[in-house]
Design a protein around this ligand. Structure first.
Ligand code: SAM
Ligand code: SF4
Length: 331
């Protein structure tokens, strides 16, 4: 098998796979889930063994980076053992996780020992009341303790993820940057994406990355940077603060499809070819029909890759185009 097995129909090499371990979560963030969300029945969710099998198949074909996400990956029982087994896959360079941080005080040390290499932690506000309003069920102090625990456990280059929403947290952009600088963290600001029906007026609260950048530029000299982390973020550095990178993830205003190198696996085992479109492959069916042989799975993935779209079609004025919630697909 060659390193370059996973090449899509546009000639893009796929070396990054995001795995949604569960659709469940202990938070109900306003941009991600409805308050009365119904979770998938357990038999529809991939088992840990199935997730591991898919990961191995992709790493054998050239994937070098895995990101565990969800839902909240840390609510999945057996998460530490899974990390240990995935981190040991020959050829894998980075095993990353995106977490809401609520359980990190408990898990950070074990995750680090298991071989998890990078952590992204979501944080939209530093105000406890707002935090509760945005997450509906979360407590800020829990997440701050989680961040501290992750640093104490030895995780380096931890990145905060912040979804910016007008009327909710635009006035905190500078405070969040200060927090990142004070704690030697990276931080990415994310434009809200129109996934699923979650109520509220997304168009009114939409805040572009250019607006966020302008807010930061009021206080700091921004130095453009060609760095990237294998994901869709564009980065800047701040003059005088070398330990902090600022990222912008801008699906609306700066389409990043041309360099898309990644696929996503949903909690129920659908391989998504593009976050913004419905094309997918039912890997769960294949996994269960072919418990012993990987060849049918490999052939189906190769076929699906030829159909990976050239780009997504989000627009700020659009209504809901993709009736899939973020917790299913993994942000
Ligand atoms: N529960 C984990 C967390 O919150 O970090 C991992 C899953 S969450 C779906 C992954 C990321 O997607 C989070 O940073 C979250 O803020 C972001 N996200 C969720 N819904 C979004 C939306 N509609 N638009 C943009 N980002 C979104
Ligand atoms: Fe849960 Fe993450 Fe979605 Fe918030 S963004 S509800 S923490 S999955």
């Amino acid at each position: 098998m060659t390193m370059a097995e996973w090449i899509d129909g546009q000639g893009r090499r796929i070396d990054y796979l995001r795995l949604s371990l569960t659709d469940r979560c202990d938070f109900r963030c306003v941009y991600c889930m409805a308050e009365d969300v119904r979770f998938l029945p357990r038999q529809q969710v991939l088992t840990l063994e199935e997730i591991e099998r898919v990961a191995r198949l992709f790493v054998e074909g050239g994937v070098r980076k895995l990101r565990l996400t969800g839902g909240e990956p840390l609510v999945r029982p057996g998460i530490v053992g899974l990390c240990e087994r995935l981190a040991a896959l020959p050829g894998l360079r980075e095993l990353c996780m995106t977490s809401n941080g609520s359980q990190l005080a408990r898990y950070a040390r074990d995750l680090h020992a298991a071989g998890l290499s990078r952590l992204n932690i979501s944080l939209d506000t530093l105000d406890p009341k707002r935090f509760q309003a945005i997450t509906r069920t979360g407590r800020l102090e829990q997440v701050l303790a989680g961040i501290a625990a992750a640093q104490a456990a030895g995780f380096e280059r931890i990145k905060l993820n912040c979804v910016v929403m007008k009327g909710r947290n635009t006035d905190e952009v500078q405070g969040l940057v200060d927090f990142a600088i004070a704690n030697a963290l990276d931080i990415s600001f994310i434009e809200e994406m129109p996934l699923g029906v979650v109520g509220g007026e997304r168009r009114e609260r939409f805040c572009s990355s250019d607006e966020v950048r302008a807010l930061i530029a009021e206080r700091h000299e921004l130095l453009d940077s060609a760095e990237h982390s294998g994901g869709p973020a564009r980065y800047v550095r701040l003059a005088g603060h070398p330990a902090t990178r600022i990222g912008f993830i801008s699906p609306h205003s700066h389409n990043f499809c041309a360099t898309c190198n990644r696929l996503r696996l949903t909690a129920e085992g659908r391989l998504l070819l593009c976050l913004g479109q419905e094309h997918s492959l039912d890997l769960r069916g294949l996994l269960r029909r072919h418990p012993l042989h990987d060849e049918p799975l490999r052939a189906a993935v190769l076929g699906a890759l030829q159909r990976k779209p050239a780009g997504h079609e989000f627009g700020v004025d659009d209504g809901v185009q993709v009736l899939r919630f973020m917790n299913l697909s993994g942000g």
